[in-house]
Design a protein around this ligand. Sequence first.
Ligand SMILES: *Cc1c(COP(=O)(O)O)cnc(C)c1O
Length: 388
Amino acid sequence: MRTIYLDNNATTMTAPEVVEAMQPFWTELYGNPSSMHTFGGQVKRHIDQARRQVAALLNADPQEIVFTSGGSEGNNLAIRGSLDALDGLKKHIITTRVEHPAVLGVFRHLAKHGYRVTELPVNSDGSLILDALESTLTPDTALVSIMWANNETGVIFPIEKIANLVKSMGVILHIDAVQAAGKIPIDITRVPVDLLTISGHKLHGPKGTGALYVRKGTKLVPQVIGGHHEHNRRAGTENIPGIVGIGMATELALNGLDEENTRVRALRDRLQRGVLAGCKAAQVNGANRLPNTLNVSFQYVEGEAILLLLDNLGIAASSGSACASGSLQPSHVLRAMGIPFTSAHGSIRFSLSRYNTEEEIDLVIKHLPPIIDRLRELSPFVEDELPV
Ligand SMILES: *Cc1c(COP(=O)(O)O)cnc(C)c1O
């Protein structure tokens, strides 16, 4: 049985072109780019090429790209590294309630170490309350960290507006663009952000790879200290196969943005129409979403139970965020949106990629309604009349 993989916001298949591009760097081209000899030195130009490929996706200068081990490290380096550079001069930092744990966790750690943290609320459709951001910025605000697009709902935040507001106050701005990169256009020359994180494995690159965009002139204290790699911003012998891999993945993503926005979006919309038509009391969570994401709540049904029954059919999706599943708490993102407990518990995230087909989507549309009906028959909570 072939898996129908609809969990691409958790991770993606490594593109065959990426695997192929990485191959020589495991075998014949294994030198250390810092070496004096030609054997090592020849690898350097492949890092340079990857840096240009990643920069192109963001319309950035290659010199502004720092390779990391992924989105989590990028977020840590951006937030902690720029606060370290401020040396405690300002003590207020702002984020949102719906961030990925790789930002929220850092903020909650900093809250225990002398920082005053504001977590901005969102509306019921997942959109950011911009007035709340404006009114919370003070002369003591050091940094704002906000995601470009949400991993659970796909909701896109108005980064251009946010950036203009935050930079008019002279505050450092970091954007977690892990979910946005490769799915919607990002042009760093049009949004005045200081730091921006991407991750390789969310855009068909290898796991354990990432890049942090650092705008020229931004002060950043390295968080991995040692050698002088990555323009003194991150010590450690470079993960050459991974760097070559994320380079190729970003090139493919840039070339595929139109497909993402047309074919993948059409598949997602087809899935959404089919699910809403086939299942009673189903509701889509989030407005203004990434083209690949559908987060839908089924009232009076356990999300985990839906997942298990889908899994039996070879359909891979997720409930809440991968990190949150296994705990009994419903997703912090859906709770921040004020989604009622019974709906948040019955929420499923389908996230598509360019490798999905119409046949796969139609199979899900066929198999999901009987699963929901069956589980509702077992549910002690179902009322006689379900809302349509
Ligand atoms: C996956 C993800 C991360 C973490 O990236 P890793 O490369 O897995 O460390 C950070 N932010 C968002 C929004 C994500 O979806």
